[in-house]
Design a protein around this ligand. Structure first.
Ligand SMILES: C[S@@+](CC[C@H](N)C(=O)[O-])C[C@H]1O[C@@H](n2cnc3c(N)ncnc32)[C@H](O)[C@@H]1O
Length: 199
């Protein structure tokens, strides 16, 4: 059965995100065929599911990749389950500020991903989500955020640094698609990779 294709602009967004993620992560994620666990917090309908799994597969040279997506919005998670049922991914309806209460999730993720984090609209809430995401990482794992606009991205990075993370890559997506009626905002405008600061 042919799967429905995402609209053209989303396909183009994904092609750009794939390149950015691959280039940003390749120097930092330990190479190997051990596979990769990805936790995608506040994933919404998770347009990027296939892209993340492809990047994980490339970086592990064909290792097994699994993704867990979580969002508090029921409708979006149902949509993600329908759209991405063919992928090695599961989608949870969860409050990401309490993801530690999900006992079977584990804390051995190679990557914790937050696309278009929303720090500007709730700094204390997003600090909690970041903190919970960091706690789910393996010691050598990477946390990745993308942002719609410059100030929010800077503030989110500052908050993550205060939580013990260090930025290892921070790229401005020069080809990012502008959002209609939102000057200065664009899709995956920034992509940053962080790891736990070493003592
Ligand atoms: C700007 S949207 C980004 C959605 C998606 N990652 C994307 O790029 O399209 C922010 C997302 O954060 C989710 N969110 C907000 N608070 C949350 C919480 N406490 N736990 C889980 N998800 C939350 C919202 O439901 C929304 O899907």
């Amino acid at each position: 059965m042919d799967l429905p294709q995402a609209p053209q602009p989303i396909q183009e967004d994904m092609a750009k995100l794939q390149t950015l993620l691959h280039d940003s992560l390749a120097p930092h994620l330990p190479a190997g065929k051990d596979g990769m666990r990805i936790l995608n917090l506040a994933c919404g309908r998770c347009d990027e599911a296939e892209t993340l799994i492809k990047v994980g597969s490339d970086l592990t040279q064909g290792g097994a990749v699994e993704m867990v997506g979580a969002d508090i919005r029921i409708r979006e998670i149902r949509q993600a389950r329908e759209t991405h049922g063919h992928l090695p991914a599961e989608f949870l309806i969860e409050d990401a500020t309490k993801i530690d209460q999900h006992k079977t999730l584990g804390d051995d993720f190679n990557m914790v991903f937050l696309r278009h984090q929303n720090f500007w609209h709730g700094q204390e809430l997003w600090k909690k989500i970041f903190d919970q995401g960091i706690a789910k990482l393996r010691p050598d794992g990477m946390l990745v955020i993308t942002s719609y606009f410059d100030v929010e991205h800077r503030l989110a990075l500052r908050a993550l640094e205060a939580l013990g993370m260090e930025v290892v890559s921070n790229k401005r997506n020069k080809a990012s698609r502008a959002l209609n009626d939102a000057p200065g905002k664009s899709v995956d405008r920034w992509v940053a990779v962080l790891r736990q600061r070493r003592a």
